[in-house]
Design a protein around this ligand. Structure first.
Ligand SMILES: Cc1ncc(COP(=O)(O)O)c(C=O)c1O
Length: 369
Protein backbone atom coordinates (compact mmCIF):
# COMPACT_ATOMS: atom_id res chain seq x y z
CA UNK A 1 0.00 0.00 0.00
CA UNK A 2 1.37 3.41 -0.90
CA UNK A 3 1.46 5.30 2.36
CA UNK A 4 1.58 9.05 2.16
CA UNK A 5 0.56 10.26 5.58
CA UNK A 6 2.89 10.72 8.52
CA UNK A 7 1.25 9.68 11.78
CA UNK A 8 2.57 10.16 15.30
CA UNK A 9 1.80 7.43 17.81
CA UNK A 10 1.60 7.95 21.54
CA UNK A 11 1.16 4.57 23.19
CA UNK A 12 -0.51 4.06 26.53
CA UNK A 13 1.40 2.54 29.41
CA UNK A 14 -1.84 1.80 31.22
CA UNK A 15 -3.55 -0.75 28.98
CA UNK A 16 -7.07 -1.71 30.08
CA UNK A 17 -6.89 -5.04 28.24
CA UNK A 18 -6.50 -7.19 31.34
CA UNK A 19 -9.78 -5.91 32.78
CA UNK A 20 -11.87 -7.15 29.82
CA UNK A 21 -13.94 -10.32 30.06
CA UNK A 22 -13.74 -11.59 26.47
CA UNK A 23 -16.32 -14.29 27.20
CA UNK A 24 -18.94 -11.71 28.07
CA UNK A 25 -18.79 -8.81 25.63
CA UNK A 26 -21.84 -6.57 25.54
CA UNK A 27 -22.12 -4.77 22.18
CA UNK A 28 -20.71 -1.26 22.26
CA UNK A 29 -19.54 -0.93 25.86
CA UNK A 30 -15.89 -1.95 25.80
CA UNK A 31 -13.40 0.38 24.11
CA UNK A 32 -9.81 -0.45 23.17
CA UNK A 33 -6.71 1.41 24.30
CA UNK A 34 -6.05 3.78 21.39
CA UNK A 35 -7.76 6.10 18.93
CA UNK A 36 -6.76 7.78 15.69
CA UNK A 37 -7.36 11.52 15.21
CA UNK A 38 -6.78 13.90 12.30
CA UNK A 39 -8.04 17.46 11.81
CA UNK A 40 -9.25 19.34 8.77
CA UNK A 41 -8.05 22.93 8.91
CA UNK A 42 -10.31 24.26 6.15
CA UNK A 43 -7.94 23.20 3.39
CA UNK A 44 -6.34 19.89 4.26
CA UNK A 45 -6.12 17.08 6.80
CA UNK A 46 -3.34 17.81 9.28
CA UNK A 47 -1.71 16.37 12.38
CA UNK A 48 -2.61 12.69 12.03
CA UNK A 49 -2.00 10.95 15.34
CA UNK A 50 -2.74 7.83 17.33
CA UNK A 51 -3.09 8.38 21.04
CA UNK A 52 -4.61 6.72 24.10
CA UNK A 53 -8.44 6.71 23.96
CA UNK A 54 -9.56 9.80 25.85
CA UNK A 55 -12.27 12.43 26.16
CA UNK A 56 -12.44 15.36 23.77
CA UNK A 57 -12.83 18.96 24.71
CA UNK A 58 -15.68 20.52 22.74
CA UNK A 59 -16.95 24.10 22.75
CA UNK A 60 -20.67 24.53 23.57
CA UNK A 61 -20.97 26.42 20.28
CA UNK A 62 -19.57 23.47 18.30
CA UNK A 63 -21.60 23.33 15.07
CA UNK A 64 -21.98 19.55 15.01
CA UNK A 65 -23.82 19.60 18.33
CA UNK A 66 -26.39 22.04 16.99
CA UNK A 67 -26.82 21.33 13.31
CA UNK A 68 -25.79 17.72 12.97
CA UNK A 69 -22.79 17.73 10.67
CA UNK A 70 -21.71 14.38 12.01
CA UNK A 71 -21.24 11.15 10.05
CA UNK A 72 -19.86 7.76 10.91
CA UNK A 73 -19.01 4.29 9.69
CA UNK A 74 -18.84 0.79 11.12
CA UNK A 75 -16.64 -2.13 10.13
CA UNK A 76 -14.99 -5.09 11.79
CA UNK A 77 -11.59 -6.67 12.19
CA UNK A 78 -11.04 -10.33 12.94
CA UNK A 79 -8.01 -12.62 13.02
CA UNK A 80 -6.93 -14.96 10.27
CA UNK A 81 -4.00 -17.22 11.14
CA UNK A 82 -3.38 -14.95 14.12
CA UNK A 83 -3.13 -11.81 11.96
CA UNK A 84 -5.69 -8.97 11.92
CA UNK A 85 -7.82 -8.75 8.78
CA UNK A 86 -10.53 -6.34 7.63
CA UNK A 87 -13.62 -6.96 5.52
CA UNK A 88 -13.86 -4.59 2.52
CA UNK A 89 -12.66 -1.45 4.39
CA UNK A 90 -12.38 0.53 1.14
CA UNK A 91 -16.19 0.32 0.86
CA UNK A 92 -16.51 2.09 4.21
CA UNK A 93 -14.07 4.77 3.06
CA UNK A 94 -16.17 5.36 -0.05
CA UNK A 95 -19.47 5.41 1.83
CA UNK A 96 -18.02 7.84 4.38
CA UNK A 97 -17.17 10.12 1.49
CA UNK A 98 -20.63 9.90 -0.03
CA UNK A 99 -22.11 10.74 3.40
CA UNK A 100 -19.61 13.62 3.66
CA UNK A 101 -20.72 14.88 0.28
CA UNK A 102 -24.40 14.88 1.31
CA UNK A 103 -23.64 16.66 4.59
CA UNK A 104 -21.41 19.30 3.00
CA UNK A 105 -18.29 17.96 4.71
CA UNK A 106 -14.78 17.43 3.27
CA UNK A 107 -13.65 14.24 1.57
CA UNK A 108 -11.39 11.90 3.50
CA UNK A 109 -8.64 10.51 1.24
CA UNK A 110 -9.28 6.77 0.92
CA UNK A 111 -5.57 6.01 1.46
CA UNK A 112 -5.55 7.93 4.73
CA UNK A 113 -8.73 6.20 5.91
CA UNK A 114 -7.26 2.77 5.14
CA UNK A 115 -3.87 3.55 6.62
CA UNK A 116 -5.46 4.87 9.81
CA UNK A 117 -7.74 1.86 10.27
CA UNK A 118 -4.88 -0.55 9.63
CA UNK A 119 -2.41 1.17 11.95
CA UNK A 120 -4.94 1.42 14.77
CA UNK A 121 -6.10 -2.18 14.48
CA UNK A 122 -2.51 -3.39 14.24
CA UNK A 123 -1.58 -1.46 17.37
CA UNK A 124 -4.57 -2.78 19.33
CA UNK A 125 -4.47 -6.25 17.78
CA UNK A 126 -4.61 -7.94 21.20
CA UNK A 127 -8.12 -6.49 21.57
CA UNK A 128 -9.45 -8.60 18.67
CA UNK A 129 -11.52 -11.35 20.28
CA UNK A 130 -10.98 -14.86 18.99
CA UNK A 131 -14.23 -16.31 20.35
CA UNK A 132 -16.77 -17.28 17.66
CA UNK A 133 -19.29 -14.57 16.69
CA UNK A 134 -17.01 -11.93 18.26
CA UNK A 135 -14.82 -9.34 16.53
CA UNK A 136 -13.25 -5.93 16.91
CA UNK A 137 -15.76 -3.27 15.89
CA UNK A 138 -14.19 -0.19 14.28
CA UNK A 139 -15.98 3.13 14.48
CA UNK A 140 -14.70 5.94 12.22
CA UNK A 141 -16.50 9.28 12.59
CA UNK A 142 -16.24 12.82 11.29
CA UNK A 143 -17.80 15.93 12.77
CA UNK A 144 -17.76 19.71 12.46
CA UNK A 145 -15.48 21.63 14.83
CA UNK A 146 -16.23 25.28 14.02
CA UNK A 147 -17.31 27.29 17.03
CA UNK A 148 -20.15 29.38 15.67
CA UNK A 149 -23.89 29.24 16.31
CA UNK A 150 -25.30 30.45 12.99
CA UNK A 151 -26.52 27.71 10.65
CA UNK A 152 -23.80 27.13 8.11
CA UNK A 153 -21.37 24.47 6.94
CA UNK A 154 -18.35 24.25 9.20
CA UNK A 155 -14.92 25.00 7.77
CA UNK A 156 -13.03 22.80 10.20
CA UNK A 157 -13.63 19.13 11.03
CA UNK A 158 -12.23 16.27 13.05
CA UNK A 159 -12.04 12.68 11.90
CA UNK A 160 -11.39 9.98 14.43
CA UNK A 161 -11.47 6.23 14.80
CA UNK A 162 -11.83 4.13 17.90
CA UNK A 163 -12.44 0.42 18.26
CA UNK A 164 -13.96 -2.02 20.73
CA UNK A 165 -14.30 -5.80 21.02
CA UNK A 166 -17.90 -6.95 20.51
CA UNK A 167 -20.01 -10.04 20.89
CA UNK A 168 -23.17 -10.82 18.88
CA UNK A 169 -25.49 -7.84 18.27
CA UNK A 170 -28.83 -9.63 18.40
CA UNK A 171 -28.44 -12.87 20.29
CA UNK A 172 -31.97 -14.00 19.33
CA UNK A 173 -34.13 -13.84 16.18
CA UNK A 174 -35.94 -10.50 16.01
CA UNK A 175 -39.61 -9.57 16.00
CA UNK A 176 -40.40 -6.70 13.65
CA UNK A 177 -43.15 -4.10 13.76
CA UNK A 178 -44.22 -2.59 10.42
CA UNK A 179 -44.06 1.16 11.13
CA UNK A 180 -46.69 3.19 9.24
CA UNK A 181 -46.83 6.36 11.34
CA UNK A 182 -43.20 7.43 11.60
CA UNK A 183 -40.89 7.30 8.60
CA UNK A 184 -37.11 7.15 8.45
CA UNK A 185 -36.32 9.01 5.25
CA UNK A 186 -37.93 10.50 2.15
CA UNK A 187 -36.70 10.86 -1.42
CA UNK A 188 -34.33 13.81 -1.56
CA UNK A 189 -33.54 13.55 2.15
CA UNK A 190 -30.43 12.11 3.77
CA UNK A 191 -31.56 8.48 4.22
CA UNK A 192 -28.67 7.15 2.20
CA UNK A 193 -26.09 9.01 4.31
CA UNK A 194 -24.75 7.50 7.50
CA UNK A 195 -25.36 10.71 9.41
CA UNK A 196 -26.14 11.04 13.10
CA UNK A 197 -29.56 12.64 12.59
CA UNK A 198 -30.99 9.55 10.88
CA UNK A 199 -30.33 7.55 14.00
CA UNK A 200 -31.59 10.19 16.42
CA UNK A 201 -34.92 10.34 14.60
CA UNK A 202 -35.26 6.55 14.66
CA UNK A 203 -35.08 6.25 18.44
CA UNK A 204 -38.64 7.20 19.43
CA UNK A 205 -40.34 4.73 17.06
CA UNK A 206 -37.83 2.06 18.16
CA UNK A 207 -38.54 2.69 21.85
CA UNK A 208 -42.31 2.54 21.24
CA UNK A 209 -41.95 -0.71 19.31
CA UNK A 210 -39.90 -2.15 22.18
CA UNK A 211 -42.55 -1.13 24.68
CA UNK A 212 -45.10 -2.99 22.57
CA UNK A 213 -42.96 -6.15 22.62
CA UNK A 214 -41.08 -5.88 19.31
CA UNK A 215 -37.32 -5.70 18.76
CA UNK A 216 -37.18 -3.29 15.84
CA UNK A 217 -39.32 -1.35 13.40
CA UNK A 218 -39.51 -2.23 9.72
CA UNK A 219 -39.51 1.12 7.93
CA UNK A 220 -41.89 1.79 5.06
CA UNK A 221 -41.42 4.37 2.31
CA UNK A 222 -42.37 7.89 3.35
CA UNK A 223 -44.92 8.56 0.58
CA UNK A 224 -47.23 5.58 0.29
CA UNK A 225 -46.17 3.68 3.45
CA UNK A 226 -46.29 0.67 1.23
CA UNK A 227 -42.76 -0.32 0.23
CA UNK A 228 -40.36 -2.01 2.65
CA UNK A 229 -37.17 -0.06 3.36
CA UNK A 230 -34.86 -1.41 6.07
CA UNK A 231 -34.65 -2.17 9.78
CA UNK A 232 -32.67 -0.43 12.56
CA UNK A 233 -29.10 -0.95 11.42
CA UNK A 234 -29.73 -3.61 8.82
CA UNK A 235 -30.87 -4.09 5.25
CA UNK A 236 -33.56 -6.69 4.67
CA UNK A 237 -33.71 -9.88 2.64
CA UNK A 238 -36.76 -12.08 1.96
CA UNK A 239 -36.85 -15.54 0.43
CA UNK A 240 -40.13 -15.99 -1.41
CA UNK A 241 -40.77 -19.17 -3.34
CA UNK A 242 -37.04 -19.85 -3.72
CA UNK A 243 -36.18 -16.33 -4.94
CA UNK A 244 -34.22 -13.89 -2.83
CA UNK A 245 -35.62 -10.35 -2.80
CA UNK A 246 -34.08 -7.26 -1.21
CA UNK A 247 -35.58 -3.74 -1.28
CA UNK A 248 -33.96 -1.49 -3.87
CA UNK A 249 -31.68 1.28 -2.62
CA UNK A 250 -33.39 4.26 -4.19
CA UNK A 251 -31.83 6.99 -2.06
CA UNK A 252 -33.77 6.50 1.16
CA UNK A 253 -31.96 3.52 2.65
CA UNK A 254 -28.35 2.86 3.50
CA UNK A 255 -26.33 1.07 0.83
CA UNK A 256 -25.19 -1.72 3.12
CA UNK A 257 -21.85 -3.35 2.44
CA UNK A 258 -23.16 -6.64 3.83
CA UNK A 259 -26.19 -6.32 1.53
CA UNK A 260 -24.03 -5.81 -1.52
CA UNK A 261 -21.75 -8.69 -0.51
CA UNK A 262 -24.74 -11.00 0.01
CA UNK A 263 -26.16 -10.17 -3.42
CA UNK A 264 -22.78 -11.01 -4.99
CA UNK A 265 -22.46 -14.27 -3.04
CA UNK A 266 -26.02 -15.39 -3.74
CA UNK A 267 -25.72 -14.72 -7.45
CA UNK A 268 -22.43 -16.63 -7.48
CA UNK A 269 -24.17 -19.58 -5.80
CA UNK A 270 -26.84 -19.60 -8.50
CA UNK A 271 -29.74 -17.98 -6.64
CA UNK A 272 -32.16 -15.66 -8.37
CA UNK A 273 -31.77 -12.31 -6.60
CA UNK A 274 -34.21 -9.48 -7.15
CA UNK A 275 -33.14 -6.00 -6.07
CA UNK A 276 -36.40 -4.09 -6.43
CA UNK A 277 -39.33 -2.32 -4.80
CA UNK A 278 -41.10 -4.77 -2.51
CA UNK A 279 -44.41 -3.96 -0.84
CA UNK A 280 -45.52 -5.23 2.54
CA UNK A 281 -48.72 -6.44 0.83
CA UNK A 282 -46.65 -8.68 -1.46
CA UNK A 283 -44.86 -10.13 1.56
CA UNK A 284 -48.12 -10.77 3.42
CA UNK A 285 -49.58 -12.32 0.30
CA UNK A 286 -46.62 -14.67 -0.04
CA UNK A 287 -47.04 -15.56 3.62
CA UNK A 288 -50.71 -16.47 3.22
CA UNK A 289 -49.84 -18.59 0.18
CA UNK A 290 -47.19 -20.39 2.25
CA UNK A 291 -44.34 -19.02 0.11
CA UNK A 292 -42.55 -16.73 2.58
CA UNK A 293 -39.62 -18.95 3.47
CA UNK A 294 -37.10 -16.64 5.13
CA UNK A 295 -36.63 -13.08 6.27
CA UNK A 296 -33.38 -11.74 7.67
CA UNK A 297 -31.51 -8.55 8.31
CA UNK A 298 -27.98 -8.00 6.96
CA UNK A 299 -25.46 -5.62 8.47
CA UNK A 300 -21.96 -5.34 9.83
CA UNK A 301 -22.99 -5.52 13.47
CA UNK A 302 -25.20 -8.61 13.30
CA UNK A 303 -23.96 -10.06 9.96
CA UNK A 304 -27.26 -11.97 9.67
CA UNK A 305 -30.16 -11.52 12.00
CA UNK A 306 -33.05 -13.95 11.53
CA UNK A 307 -36.53 -12.45 11.72
CA UNK A 308 -38.98 -14.56 13.72
CA UNK A 309 -42.15 -12.53 13.09
CA UNK A 310 -43.45 -9.48 11.24
CA UNK A 311 -46.46 -7.66 12.63
CA UNK A 312 -48.38 -5.54 10.13
CA UNK A 313 -51.34 -3.77 11.76
CA UNK A 314 -53.34 -6.64 13.30
CA UNK A 315 -51.72 -9.28 11.12
CA UNK A 316 -48.94 -11.41 12.52
CA UNK A 317 -46.67 -13.21 10.07
CA UNK A 318 -44.83 -15.99 11.92
CA UNK A 319 -41.72 -17.11 10.09
CA UNK A 320 -40.35 -20.67 10.05
CA UNK A 321 -38.20 -21.84 12.97
CA UNK A 322 -34.57 -20.76 12.99
CA UNK A 323 -32.49 -23.79 12.04
CA UNK A 324 -30.32 -24.79 9.11
CA UNK A 325 -33.15 -26.74 7.51
CA UNK A 326 -35.71 -23.93 7.56
CA UNK A 327 -33.31 -21.04 6.96
CA UNK A 328 -30.81 -22.38 4.42
CA UNK A 329 -30.12 -19.05 2.69
CA UNK A 330 -29.48 -16.94 5.78
CA UNK A 331 -27.52 -19.72 7.46
CA UNK A 332 -25.29 -20.28 4.45
CA UNK A 333 -24.53 -16.56 4.16
CA UNK A 334 -23.77 -16.19 7.84
CA UNK A 335 -21.51 -19.24 7.98
CA UNK A 336 -19.74 -18.26 4.80
CA UNK A 337 -18.95 -14.74 5.97
CA UNK A 338 -17.83 -15.89 9.41
CA UNK A 339 -15.63 -18.58 7.89
CA UNK A 340 -14.23 -16.14 5.32
CA UNK A 341 -13.24 -13.82 8.14
CA UNK A 342 -11.41 -16.63 9.88
CA UNK A 343 -9.64 -17.66 6.68
CA UNK A 344 -11.57 -20.93 6.41
CA UNK A 345 -13.05 -20.11 2.98
CA UNK A 346 -11.14 -19.05 -0.14
CA UNK A 347 -11.42 -15.30 -0.73
CA UNK A 348 -12.71 -15.47 -4.32
CA UNK A 349 -13.65 -11.81 -4.44
CA UNK A 350 -10.56 -10.41 -2.71
CA UNK A 351 -12.66 -8.94 0.13
CA UNK A 352 -10.27 -9.48 3.02
CA UNK A 353 -7.42 -7.03 3.61
CA UNK A 354 -4.54 -7.54 5.97
CA UNK A 355 -3.57 -4.77 8.38
CA UNK A 356 0.01 -4.72 7.26
CA UNK A 357 1.18 -1.23 6.51
CA UNK A 358 4.51 0.35 5.90
CA UNK A 359 3.36 3.46 7.72
CA UNK A 360 5.61 6.46 7.92
CA UNK A 361 5.14 7.15 11.56
CA UNK A 362 7.00 8.47 14.48
CA UNK A 363 6.69 6.58 17.73
CA UNK A 364 6.57 9.08 20.55
CA UNK A 365 7.43 8.33 24.12
CA UNK A 366 4.92 6.27 25.95
CA UNK A 367 2.41 8.30 27.85
CA UNK A 368 0.09 7.43 30.67
CA UNK A 369 -3.43 8.77 30.23
C1 LIG B 1 -29.51 2.17 8.71
C2 LIG B 1 -28.61 1.05 8.35
N1 LIG B 1 -28.96 0.21 7.37
C3 LIG B 1 -28.17 -0.82 6.99
C4 LIG B 1 -26.96 -1.04 7.60
C5 LIG B 1 -26.08 -2.17 7.14
O1 LIG B 1 -24.94 -1.67 6.48
P1 LIG B 1 -23.55 -2.47 6.50
O2 LIG B 1 -23.83 -3.80 5.92
O3 LIG B 1 -22.64 -1.67 5.65
O4 LIG B 1 -23.13 -2.55 7.90
C6 LIG B 1 -26.56 -0.21 8.66
C7 LIG B 1 -25.28 -0.41 9.34
O5 LIG B 1 -24.31 0.26 9.05
C8 LIG B 1 -27.39 0.87 9.03
O6 LIG B 1 -27.04 1.71 10.03
Amino acid sequence: MAVKYPVTITQTTASRLQSVDFHNLPFGKVISDHMFVVDYDGEQWVDARIMPYQNLEIAPSNLALHYGQSIFEGLKASKRDGEPVLFRPEMNARRLNSSADRMCMPQMPEALFLQAVKMLVDLDRDWIPEESDCSLYIRPLMFATDEYFGVHASEKYRFLIFTGPVGPYYAKPVKLWVEEVFTRAAQGGAGEAKCAGNYGASLLPAVRAKQAGYDQVMWMDAVEKKYVQEVGTMNLFFVIDGKVITPATTGTILRGITRESFITLLKGWGYTVEDRLLSIAEIADAYWRGQLQECFGAGTAAVVSHVSSITWRDRQLELPPVDDMHRPVATRLKHYLNRLRMGLEPDHYGWMQSCEHSGVYELLEEAVV
